[in-house]
Design a protein around this ligand. Structure first.
Ligand SMILES: [Zn+2]
Length: 188
């Protein structure tokens, strides 16, 4: 089922999401979130973006029907101590993530399904170590770089009410300000 995606200006996007304590119904929600994300041509979607203020995220950095993503899927990551192609762990569905970004800072152009038609350069560390609890109670321990590391940081930001536009340089923010204001005006 396709879900409506909350947009910039909606308060739910600014809330600190609650930890998941009961996974009842979340498998269905996760599948709906993936379907919604694919339909919108995104690579990640956090629960607050569909109006649920809980710490849950879905990611697929090499979505089906996206030939350009094949390259990212070939990249290697470490999963529970074992080296594997990123593709083999997609799609990722997790709750209550703990992430630790590390490595060198890198500039990358980000967009967001909740910030329509805005793209901006954001500096973030290029690697992430993460503990990603799964809906079945197991925990996926991940060490990765590339697009997945970027996506994990962006999505986990959503769980704390942060958006990528909060993280742009102050000069870039001036340019963004009008665009963002227009998005807010449209919401009223
Ligand atoms: Zn986003």
């Amino acid at each position: 089922m396709l879900l409506p995606i909350n947009q910039y200006g909606d308060r739910v996007l600014r809330e600190v999401c609650a930890p998941v304590t009961d996974t009842t119904g979340l498998e269905t929600l996760a599948q709906d979130m993936l379907e919604t994300m694919y339909a919108a041509h995104g690579i990640g979607l956090a629960a607050p973006q569909i109006g649920r203020s809980i710490r849950m995220v879905v990611i697929n950095v090499c979505p089906p029907d996206d030939e350009d993503a094949a390259e990212d899927g070939e990249e290697l990551c470490t999963v529970n101590g074992e080296e594997r192609p990123v593709r083999s762990i997609m799609p990722l569905i997790f709750i209550n993530p703990e992430i630790e970004p590390y490595g060198k800072n890198e500039l990358f152009t980000e967009g967001c399904l909740s910030v329509h038609n805005v793209r901006a350069n954001v500096i973030r560390p290029d690697r992430v170590r993460a503990k990603l609890p799964q809906l079945d109670g197991s925990v996926l321990e991940l060490d990765c770089g590339g697009l997945l590391a970027r996506c994990l940081q962006h999505e986990c930001d959503h769980l704390d009410g942060h958006l990528f536009v909060d993280r742009v340089s102050s000069a870039a923010r001036i340019t963004l300000k009008k665009k963002l204001q227009r998005l807010c005006d449209r919401r009223r």
